[in-house]
Design a protein around this ligand. Structure first.
Ligand code: AHG
Ligand code: MN
Ligand code: MN
Length: 336
C-alpha cells in the first residue's frame, strides 16, 4: 500500500458494530447479552492498561497470600478480579459471578438479570513478572433459577453444552478478544490509540492435523502411560514443542497454527490443574466452534456434569485428529 491509500483504507469492523449487526446471534436477541459482552470488553481495556504499565506502576508480584485454590495470588489477579466484578455488577446483566479468585458465588444483586458468568480474571498471572502474555477467560450461561431471586448453585453448575457464549482476552504482543456465541469464532484486535476492538480474525477455524504439542513436560514421568507414549511419538515425528505456561496464550497459538494442548491427570493430581468452569469449558466451546475437540481423556469436556464450582479436570484440546490420537493412547472413548 502506498501514498494516500495507506490513510484511506478501512480499519475494519468495530466490536460494537459487529455485535449490533449480528444481534440475532446473541441468544434471544434482547440486547442483554450484547451489553454483557460490551461490559467485558470495557473491563478488559482497563486490565490491558494496567498490564501494559505493570513494570512502572509496581503491581507485579504477589500479594503474599493464597487464593481459594491454594495458589499464590498476584497483585494483578486481585486487580483483574476487582475490575471485572465491578464492570459486571455495574453493567447489570449478570445475577451471579463465579471467579477463580472467590470461593463463593458473587451475588451481583442484579436479581432481574438473566445471565451467570464464570471467569478466570487473569490467567497465567505468574508470567506477569517476566513480561510474558497473560489472559482472561469467561463463560456465560442463562440462569436456571427464577428471575428476581439471588443466584444459586444450580445456576453455576451447568454443563458446558449449556453455554450461550464464551471467550478469552489475550494480553499479548497485541491484545485480542476472541469469542463465540455458538455461531463460529471471531477474533478482535485492540487498537489502543482508538480504544476499540476491531474484527481482525473472522470465522476462526483450527486445522484437523496440527504440528505443535504443548504440555509441561516437567511432569512427564507422572503422566499416564498413554500420554507419555503420545509425547514420545510427537518427538519421533519431530513436531514442534511449544509451552508458554499461560493457557490462553498456548491455546490461541494452537488455534491459529494447529496443535494440541494437554494438561493431563498426574500421579499426584488425578484431575490435573485446570478448572472446568472458567478455563476448560470456555475454551472447549470455542475449540468445538472452530472445528476442534476437547476431552478430559474420558469424555467430551462440554458434557462433564459439574459437581463443584472450582473443580479441576484433565484437558486435551486442539486439532481434532491430534486429540483423537492421544485419546486412542490413553485407551478411552475416542471421538467419532
Ligand atoms: P492461573 O494463572 O489462572 O492460575 O492459571 C495458570 C494455569 C494456566 O494458565 C497454565 O497453562 C498452567 O497454569 C500452567 O501450569 P504449570 O506451571 O503446571 O505448567
Ligand atoms: Mn488460569
Ligand atoms: Mn487466574
Amino acid at each position: 500500500m502506498t501514498g494516500i491509500e495507506k490513510f484511506t483504507s478501512p480499519i475494519g469492523v468495530a466490536l460494537d458494530r459487529f455485535i449490533s449487526a449480528k444481534q440475532e446471534e446473541f441468544t434471544y436477541a434482547t440486547g442483554e447479552l450484547s451489553q454483557l459482552l460490551r461490559d467485558i470488553a470495557l473491563a478488559s481495556k482497563i486490565i490491558n492498561r494496567e498490564i501494559n504499565r505493570a513494570g512502572l506502576s509496581g503491581i507485579e508480584g504477589s500479594i503474599g497470600a493464597d487464593n481459594i485454590q491454594g495458589e499464590r495470588q498476584q497483585m494483578l489477579d486481585v486487580i483483574a478480579d476487582y475490575r471485572f466484578t465491578r464492570a459486571l455488577v455495574r453493567g447489570g446483566q449478570t445475577c451471579g459471578i463465579v471467579s477463580e479468585e472467590n470461593a463463593e458465588i458473587i451475588d451481583t444483586k442484579n436479581h432481574n438479570a438473566k445471565y451467570i458468568i464464570t471467569i478466570d480474571p487473569l490467567d497465567g498471572s505468574s508470567n506477569i513478572d517476566v513480561n510474558v502474555s497473560v489472559g482472561t477467560i469467561f463463560s456465560i450461561y442463562r440462569r436456571k433459577s427464577p428471575i428476581g431471586t439471588p443466584p444459586t448453585l444450580e445456576d453455576v453448575l451447568q454443563k458446558g453444552t449449556e453455554q450461550v457464549a464464551a471467550g478469552y482476552i489475550l494480553y499479548g504482543s497485541s491484545t485480542m478478544l476472541v469469542f463465540t456465541t455458538g455461531f463460529g469464532v471471531n477474533g478482535f484486535t485492540y487498537e489502543p490509540s482508538l480504544g476499540e476492538y476491531f474484527l481482525s480474525h473472522p470465522d476462526m477455524t483450527i486445522c484437523e492435523d496440527g504440528n505443535i504439542y504443548s504440555v509441561n513436560e516437567g511432569g512427564y514421568y507422572s503422566f499416564p502411560q498413554g500420554v507419555q507414549d503420545y509425547i514420545d511419538e510427537c518427538k519421533k515425528k519431530k513436531m514442534r514443542a511449544r509451552y508458554i505456561g499461560s493457557l490462553v496464550a498456548d491455546f490461541h497459538r494452537n488455534l491459529l497454527k494447529g496443535g494440541i494442548y494437554m494438561y493431563p491427570s498426574t500421579k499426584e493430581y488425578k484431575n490435573g490443574k485446570l478448572r472446568l468452569l472458567y478455563e476448560c469449558n470456555s475454551l472447549a466451546f470455542i475449540i468445538e466452534q472452530a472445528g476442534g475437540y476437547a476431552s478430559n481423556g474420558e469424555k467430551r469436556i462440554l458434557e462433564i456434569e459439574p459437581e463443584e464450582k472450582h473443580q479441576r479436570t484433565p484437558l486435551y484440546i486442539g486439532s481434532k485428529n491430534m486429540v483423537k490420537e492421544v485419546l486412542n493412547r490413553v485407551n478411552v472413548t475416542s471421538i467419532a
